[in-house]
Ligand binder design. Structure first.
Ligand code: FPP
Length: 244
């Protein structure tokens, strides 16, 4: 089935509001093609562009992609440097087109280990899109789910010390409001490519009631059509949120 045919099967009333994606398999894609790992990441950016486009077309309102985890620093220096540069270069190259297409982009993650000039460049570039509201794109960069929860709790402690919050106990709402992803609804659909079936420290707090969808497809080969298939399958799931 082509994109239009699958799109016709999708119920516009039941589009997942927020889709989160672990874009896995770039390295294996490159290896299969006897290319260097970095070529896999380069090709992976093209897949991101297509999935952003498809999200706009189908009406997904929030899309969060895992670009670089706090664990990714363990890779070779060459690969880390390439990935960090690729992510910012992609942002700089795509920002005008993202703005034209109504996308509001922000990076979520820890600033630790990133230079302040990097963070500033990211922030200044993303800020240009913050008037947009068609699609909210979150790029998880230097992100770890446990660290995000810890940072949230520590943020609450600081606010309590400063007298900004007066409370006898920390609530779920307070933790949610102090996460990097504050203001974003929890993901409805959580996709991981490349055959791995793990959360790998991505959106741990937010994915409590997400529907998980796994595919063997390696990220650079992931298409708009397969994305729609995931959404179609999501629409056939029975979500109970712990109730009946
Ligand atoms: C996982 O494949 C992929 C990554 C760690 C990086 C993904 C990053 C991009 C596609 C660039 C995104 C850019 C923007 C602007 C959002 P892997 O290297 O773990 O693959 P493997 O498991 O096959 O080795």
């Amino acid at each position: 089935m082509n994109f239009k045919e699958i799109l016709a099967k999708i119920d516009p009333q039941k589009i997942p509001v927020h889709v989160a994606i672990i874009m896995d398999g770039n390295g294996r894609w490159a290896k299969k093609k006897k290319l260097k790992r970095i070529n896999g990441h380069k090709k992976g950016v093209e897949a991101v562009r297509k999935i952003v486009e498809a999200s706009r077309e189908v009406g997904v309102k929030y899309l969060t992609v895992y670009a670089f985890s706090t664990e990714n620093w363990k890779r070779s220096k060459l690969e880390v440097n390439y990935l960090v540069k690729l992510i910012i270069d992609s942002l700089l190259n795509e920002i005008d087109s993202l703005i034209e297409n109504g996308v509001n982009i922000r990076f979520i993650g820890s600033r630790k280990n990133l230079t302040s000039s990097y963070s500033k460049k990211v922030e200044d570039t993303c800020r240009k899109s913050w008037h947009n509201d068609k699609l909210f794109l979150q790029v998880a960069m230097n992100y770890g789910g446990r660290k995000e929860i810890l940072d949230s709790v520590n943020q609450i402690l600081i606010k309590m010390k400063n007298g900004e919050i007066e409370t006898a106990e920390i609530t779920e709402k307070m933790i949610s409001e102090n996460l990097y992803s504050t203001g974003t609804p929890d993901p409805d659909l959580f996709i991981r490519t490349s055959g791995e079936q793990r959360i790998s420290n991505f959106l741990l707090w937010q994915s409590a009631y997400s529907e998980f969808w796994f595919t063997d497809t390696l990220w650079p080969d992931f298409t708009k059509e397969e994305y729609l298939k995931a959404i179609l399958e999501f629409q056939n799931r029975n979500r109970r949120f712990g109730g009946r």
